[in-house]
Design a protein around this ligand. Structure first.
Ligand SMILES: Nc1nc2c(ncn2[C@@H]2O[C@H](COP(=O)(O)OP(=O)(O)O)[C@@H](O)[C@H]2O)c(=O)[nH]1
Ligand SMILES: [Mg+2]
Length: 404
């Protein structure tokens, strides 16, 4: 399961974003992932469902289809505000940082309206420095990774004796999901390839960590609170400063207002779409009227959308390079063995093969795997085929056991 962590300073809107992202009117009731932990929830990424181009009516099970858009679940974590020196264990720093370690990708929320000071306390709009806020948080995480490397120095050295530096480091950093190719790239990009690990200074270790971070945790910066006037200038500054990364202008509060109103039946709103439509019989309180008017005026008519759903989609599909793949058992009807049409969608990492898909569906399916068929063309796929976005795949297995 793809895991996304929401990070940022206090009061930037992380929890508002978490609440909005985890609220979908067509939530998936059969979805096995449930948790009682606070701050862990299910968010959704979406793209055009293949049901449209295949001309079929679908019966989604592990995902949902709203107006021709397929929404697939991802795990989302709301990491409470990191404070300065979290990496040395200040506050609950280390605990929060280890949550970040579990994530495949990060959403870094920043208050683009500049309404918080350097410590995350509410201040007058325009007084804060969002560019610095992003750097502060990144610095905490880089210091924390550095600390892990320094703390495990002996272990890396021992490991290195029987393998390579990149493998030894990757093994030590496997808890934060670093893999050997990423470590190797970080060694090259930080210019440390030729420097023996044994002689690394703390500064060189920090350099390595800061180059490694974006490789192991693809990050999207959310310039939040764009509904406030003071945000406009800062959004420009953020985009300029982080021109190498992605910055999305968003309003988490507006998204939350719309999803809550949709849940209450007051309007029709499909997350990610550019419009909302009032329900015909909706009776709004003056307060609800004001809130929706504000969203229309300050967000939808100005920016076209709240930006939240696009941000999640961009992070997962573009930065993490995950593909939506539909496994089916009957290629003629695109259904499972119970006549459910296009029941499931799986989020597969870049480079995954049909066998990886089989494994993701069920270990038994992988054990009995023979070959895969492109259900749309009916063609048998080569052994080394890598799955593409929106593939519909039938997996052939041996014996009586069949693909679902
Ligand atoms: N104007 C505006 N306020 C927002 C937005 N998102 C969050 N807020 C407000 O910012 C404050 C802090 O939000 P919260 O989600 O608790 O921040 P967290 O500490 O990062 O979890 C709350 O008063 C929210 O209502 C937004 O998009 N626009
Ligand atoms: Mg919060």
């Amino acid at each position: 399961m793809v895991t996304v962590a929401i990070i940022g300073k206090t009061n930037v809107g992380k929890t508002t974003l978490f609440n909005a992202a985890t609220l979908l009117n067509a939530e998936i009731s059969t979805y096995p992932f449930t948790t009682r932990e606070p701050n862990v929830g299910t968010a959704y990424v979406c793209d055009a469902c293949v049901c449209g181009e295949l001309g079929v009516e679908d019966n989604p099970l592990n995902s949902t289809c709203i107006d021709g858009w397929r929404y697939a679940p991802v795990r989302i974590l709301d990491v409470p505000g990191l404070i300065k020196d979290a990496w040395v264990g200040r506050g609950l720093g280390n605990r929060f940082l280890s949550v970040i370690g579990q994530a495949d990708a990060l959403i870094h929320v920043v208050d683009a309206s500049g309404s918080i000071d350097a410590d995350g306390k509410i201040a007058g709009p325009g007084s804060g420095n969002p560019v610095q806020d992003v750097m502060d948080i990144e610095n905490e995480i880089e210091q924390w990774i550095t600390e892990i490397v320094l703390h495990n120095r002996q272990l890396v050295l021992r490991e290195e004796a029987s393998t390579t530096t990149e493998e030894a480091l990757a093994k030590t950093l496997s808890g934060i999901k670093a893999r050997t190719p990423q470590v190797a790239q970080a060694l090259r990009d930080s210019g440390l390839e030729e420097t023996p690990f044994e002689g690394w200074s703390p500064e060189q270790t920090l350099k390595f960590s800061s180059v490694l971070l974006p490789l192991i945790k693809p990050t999207l910066i959310i310039a939040n609170k764009m509904d406030l006037h003071a945000a406009e200038e800062n959004i420009e500054l953020l985009m300029e400063y982080y021109s190498h990364g992605l910055v999305a202008a968003c309003s988490a509060e507006a998204e939350l207002v719309l999803r809550r109103a949709e849940r209450m039946g007051l309007l029709r709103y499909t997350p990610g779409q550019e419009k909302f439509r009032m329900a015909e019989d909706a009776e709004l309180t003056p307060e609800q009227q004001r809130a929706l008017h504000y969203v229309e005026e300050r967000v939808m008519s100005k920016w076209m959308r709240t930006g939240i759903q696009q941000a999640l989609n961009t992070l997962v599909f573009k930065l993490l390079k995950v593909n939506m793949v539909y496994p089916v058992a009957e290629e003629s009807t695109y259904s499972d063995n119970h006549k459910n049409v296009l029941p499931d969608v799986h989020l597969m990492p870049e480079g995954a093969t049909p066998l990886d898909l089989a494994r993701d569906v069920h270990t038994r399916l992988a054990e009995n795997y023979i070959l895969a068929i492109d259900a749309v063309t009916g063609m048998r796929l080569p052994k080394d085929y890598t799955l593409r976005h929106r593939d519909v795949i039938k997996i052939m297995t041996q014996g009586r056991r069949r693909a679902r």
